[in-house]
Design a protein around this ligand. Structure first.
Ligand code: 13P
Length: 254
């Protein structure tokens, strides 16, 4: 059964005190709510502070390096994240793919490294506006899935979350319609079914990301193949993030 997951990607925002305060405010507002799994992804330098605040929220990193150790200036390894009690990591976010040139091959190496370290990878895929306009959405997204998730066993796939984030919907206020999002989520699940097994595909959570807000979350989450949200801007305020989490209360637990 797929339990909804609402993930807040704070990107390169907030300072230390604000990060801790936001995590505390979210946890307080949840008040033990069990309708969804909730995770927050602070900037790496504040992971320790947010984890030390002991809010009960899952705390994740926004990226990790695929190597175990060595001469990789500025990078952070999976073991370093585990050392901090980080449990999950976002990989292949479109901002890393498009602004920093991260490839699906790199994302695949990071995914395997994260899985080996016992971290839950959230692997992001999504098309650019011009790719959607050219009718290439499925092709682009499924190719990203094929390469980024290559070589995973079915068991590893079950430990992995996929996030569909159309690039044109990120930070633009231009959310995909529930039907547009559902269509891509359904293709990803079909691909998972063919590549792993129907039983595996039925259990993998596929999140939608891109301008999710409290007032559009319920409709997106009501779609059969949308199992949660990866939220940017609206995760930076407790009230709007809690509004999105509350939208899961009325949803199916498929
Ligand atoms: P916004 O919610 O700000 O559109 O960002 C989405 C995102 O990139 C989450 O990873």
């Amino acid at each position: 059964m797929r339990r909804p997951l609402i993930a807040g990607n704070w990107k390169m925002n907030l300072n230390r005190a604000q990060s801790v305060a936001l995590a505390r405010e979210i946890a307080a507002g949840l008040n033990g709510s069990l309708s969804a799994d909730v995770a927050v992804f602070p900037p790496a330098v504040y992971l320790d502070a947010v984890i030390a605040a002991d809010t009960g929220l899952a705390v994740g990193a926004q990226d990790v390096n695929e190597n175990a150790d060595g001469a990789f200036t500025g990078e952070i390894s999976c073991q370093m994240l585990c050392d901090l009690n980080v449990t999950t990591v976002i990989l292949g976010h479109s901002e890393r793919r498009n602004l920093l040139g991260e490839t699906s091959e790199q994302v695949q190496r990071k995914t395997l490294a994260a899985l080996r370290a016992g971290l839950t990878p959230i692997v992001c895929v999504g098309e650019l506006l011009e790719q959607r306009q050219a009718g290439q959405t499925d092709q682009v997204v499924l190719e990203q899935c094929r390469t980024s998730l290559a070589g995973l066993s079915a068991e590893q796939m079950l430990q992995t979350v996929v996030a569909y984030e159309p690039v044109w919907a990120i930070g633009t206020g231009q959310v995909a319609t529930p039907a547009q999002a559902e269509e891509v989520h359904a293709s990803i699940r079909q691909w998972l079914s063919k590549s792993f097994s129907p039983a595996t595909a039925a259990q993998v959570r596929i999140l939608y990301g891109g301008s999710v807000k409290a007032d559009n979350a319920a409709e997106l989450l009501s779609q059969a193949n949308i199992d949660g949200a990866l939220v940017g801007g609206a995760s930076l305020k407790a009230e709007s993030f809690l509004g999105i989490i509350r939208a899961t209360e009325t949803q199916k637990v498929a």
